[in-house]
Design a protein around this ligand. Structure first.
Ligand SMILES: Nc1nc2c(ncn2[C@@H]2O[C@H](COP(=O)(O)OP(=O)(O)OP(=O)(O)O)[C@@H](O)[C@H]2O)c(=O)[nH]1
Ligand SMILES: [Mg+2]
Length: 697
């Protein structure tokens, strides 16, 4: 595997849906000699891009699962993860960025910063991943990469500066100028494989000079020596420029912007050069773990073979040959035959087979070292677990997993399908932490939950195709929450003291909403003088938490609540952990209705991009669905409408939008927040819930 870590790059490609990530990755694999022909996403030759290997991906023309591959460019080795853009598959981006050292943020030169660019940007920030922006699709009509670079500043707050300049745009786009070298590059040959270096064309000389000065000025903020030379109008050595550019990019206070057209084979090789020259190697990153043998003290991980192995399992996949676990090695070395220790479930595992992935293919390897991204077979773990050699007990923070917002009741159409159906469901919920499954005891149904309609639709289709089971699907349901809006007091006595061993517990205190929104619960213990014995105070906490799982309105979890106990009494013999748990649960239930509870529903941020002539229709469709319009921008004949709409109103929206816009409008949506449902809807939901409960009895 990679011998010189200085020459290793682990990068992710992430962006808004359809911006050309997979198309770009396909070119990268072609120019680096990893594949010998280019195939298009949903291309007419019926082959499809390498990284979209699943049938469903090829049919729909979208990426669903992230795919890993590796290649080399000159003396550099590069591990690449291509991720999906659709927000329903956001966990794939999350876990890729968790383990990568750098990223390419792809943007469309016409659409610019889109709703998903904002989400991806947030994810890159979360894991401190430095990035290069690539403004793709410069061949499209209306292309304006300089405007997109500006949008990165205004919309995402990046200190973004062009490091390349396009030669021609739209159908005249035929190359790029490197503003560091001040040279023009053209991409000849059938697939743009022959790079021709020339002097900057005369008509671009002035603008390139201006753009280069902008770049130098921006870099001057990061290096005093460079600043001096720049102010004095001296020549700045290319090596100094590059070094400053790297330093600035690593700090995430500077975003270099490249441009080109993946589809028209323009600029990709020069982007590859920049990936290698600018983005960090594993040696330049600062990774830490928590030492479980030393009160979770932070330890700096070092990519050295002589230190104890530390690696993070970031993705599981159940394939033909058993469970495949994708891991990133941060420290030490891993060899076939080694025994590794899972610091989360405390189990030992033997490494039977070690492979490097190339989309859906794999090649066997004998060892992996720090910095590598590899996959292991037959390892028992969950995604996010940390492995070591057993000599140390380190854990690394896992990735952020958002909660599902949509649920569906599903069951196999025929009884015979049950075994395979369960197999499929188990597999998917293990592979994808955002795909949840539970059994609803009341209705006796299997409920699956996920990030959106498409997310669940894809799994249902996969159950049908990969497991041969037809699935009966109920209406989608949103994941409601309940919350209280008022302070109220409780004083509850649980008493059962007739015959046998008795039970006694009294708890008093109050419930109130927290100032903070979200999945918050606070337990406040203000008991004085031991009126509730110390050992039972935590029983009260437990009791409240149990009660919060099912709110009193419609049985959904309660959020944003503080429970305080400040008084109570106990009995020498009859008080117990159970008695206090039960008393707290009952106190909660009784008090809950006095706290003016409300139902909260997921509110989505919806962005619709449409030709201007349909923008009136689009606004109408959103208004009808209880949408609050936040913005409506027009550019180049395209309107972009942004709104907040309750998720419960968004089911079936894609059909309505398609027919209302002759198939020309597109929308994307993602979870924004929980908000209270209108009173009349709350009343209806409560009525429905009560009717269901009564019927169940
Ligand atoms: N005109 C033009 N079209 C492009 C370019 N790059 C990609 N496309 C087209 O844009 C569409 C989407 O490309 P993909 O590569 O699938 O985009 P993606 O970002 O991987 O999409 P998801 O993975 O689904 O988020 C395809 O029809 C491509 O042919 C480009 O440079 N110019
Ligand atoms: Mg893709």
């Amino acid at each position: 595997m990679a011998n010189d870590l200085n020459l290793l790059r682990n990068i992710g490609i992430s962006a808004h849906i359809d911006s050309g990530k997979t198309t770009l990755t396909e070119r990268i694999l072609f120019y680096t000699g990893r594949i010998n022909a280019i195939h298009e996403v949903r291309g007419k030759d019926g082959v499809g891009a390498k990284m979209d290997s699943m049938d469903l991906e090829r049919e729909k023309g979208i990426t669903i699962q992230s795919a890993a591959t590796f290649t080399s460019w000159g003396k550099y080795n590069i591990n690449i993860i291509d991720t999906p853009g659709h927000v329903d598959f956001t966990i794939e981006v999350e876990r890729a960025l968790r383990v990568l050292d750098g990223a390419i943020l792809v943007l469309c030169s016409v659409s610019g910063v889109q709703s998903q660019s904002i989400t991806v940007d947030r994810q890159m920030k979360r894991y401190n991943v430095p990035c290069i922006a690539f403004v793709n699709k410069c061949d499209r009509s209306g292309a304006d990469p300089l405007r997109v670079c500006e949008q990165l500043r205004t919309d995402l707050g990046h200190n973004s500066v062009m490091i390349q300049h396009p030669i021609g745009l739209e159908d005249k786009h035929n190359g790029i100028v490197d503003l560091l070298k001040m040279k023009a590059y053209y991409f000849d040959g059938e697939s743009g494989e022959d790079i021709r270096e020339e002097a900057i064309p005369a008509d671009l000389a002035d603008v390139c000079k201006v753009q280069r000065d902008k770049l130098l000025e921006a870099l001057a903020d990061f290096d005093d020596e460079l600043a001096m030379l720049f102010l004095e109008g001296e020549e700045i050595p290319e090596a100094m420029l590059l070094e400053t550019l790297r330093k600035a990019t690593f700090s995430r206070k500077f975003t270099p912007v490249c441009c080109g057209s993946a589809y028209k084979n323009k600029g990709v090789q020069k982007l590859l050069d920049k990936i290698c020259e600018i983005l960090p190697s594993p040696l330049e990153m600062d990774y830490r773990a928590l030492d479980q043998n030393n009160e979770e003290a932070e330890v700096l991980l070092q990519p050295r073979a002589d230190l104890p192995l530390t690696m993070l399992a970031f993705k599981l996949e159940d394939g033909r040959y058993g469970q495949l676990t994708y891991c990133r090695v941060y420290q030490g070395k891993l060899e076939k035959g080694d025994t590794i220790f899972n610091c989360v479930n405390q189990k030992k595992n033997k490494v039977g087979r070690l492979v490097q992935m190339h989309s859906n293919e794999m090649s066997d390897i004998d060892y992996a070292q720090a910095g590598d991204i590899v996959a292991l077979f037959g390892i028992d773990c969950a995604s996010g677990d940390t492995f070591t050699d057993g000599n140390v007990k380190y854990t690394m923070t896992s990735m952020y997993v958002p909660d599902p917002v949509v649920t569906l009741a599903v069951e196999p159409k025929k009884k015979e399908g049950l075994a395979n159906f369960s197999k499929a469901i188990n597999r998917f919920s293990k592979e994808d932490p955002t795909f949840r499954v539970h059994r609803d005891d009341e209705s006796n149904q299997t409920i699956i939950g996920g990030m959106g309609e498409l997310h669940l639709e894809v799994y249902i289709e996969r159950i049908r195709r990969e497991y041969g089971v037809e699935v009966e699907v109920g209406a989608p349901q949103v994941a409601y929450r309940e919350a209280i809006t008022k302070h109220a007091e409780f004083n509850y006595t649980h008493k059962k003291q007739t015959g046998g061993s008795g039970q006694f517990a009294r708890v008093a205190g109050y419930l109130e909403p927290t100032e903070e929104d979200g999945e918050v619960y606070e337990f406040l213990n203000k008991v004085v003088g031991g009126v509730i014995p110390k050992e039972y105070q935590s029983s009260c906490d437990k009791g409240f938490q149990q009660a919060m799982v099912e709110g009193g309105l419609i049985g959904f979890p309660v959020v944003g609540l503080r429970a305080c106990i400040n008084d109570g009494s106990s009995h020498q013999v009859d008080s117990s952990d159970m008695a206090f748990q039960l008393a707290s649960r009952m106190a909660f239930r009784e008090c809950y209705m006095k706290c003016a509870p409300v139902i909260l529903e997921p509110i989505m941020k919806v962005t619709v991009d449409t030709p201007e002539e349909f923008s009136g229709t689009v606004l109408g469709t959103l208004n009808k669905r209880r949408g609050v319009i936040l913005g409506n921008a027009n550019k180049n004949g395209l309107a972009s409408v942004e709104a907040e709409v309750p998720l419960s109103e968004m089911f079936g929206y894609s059909n309505e939008l398609r027919s209302g816009s002759q198939g020309k409008a597109e929308f994307s949506m993602e979870f924004k927040k929980y908000g209270p449902v209108p009173r009349n809807i709350q009343d209806e939901l409560v009525k429905e819930y009560q009717a269901k409960r009564n019927a169940g009895r």
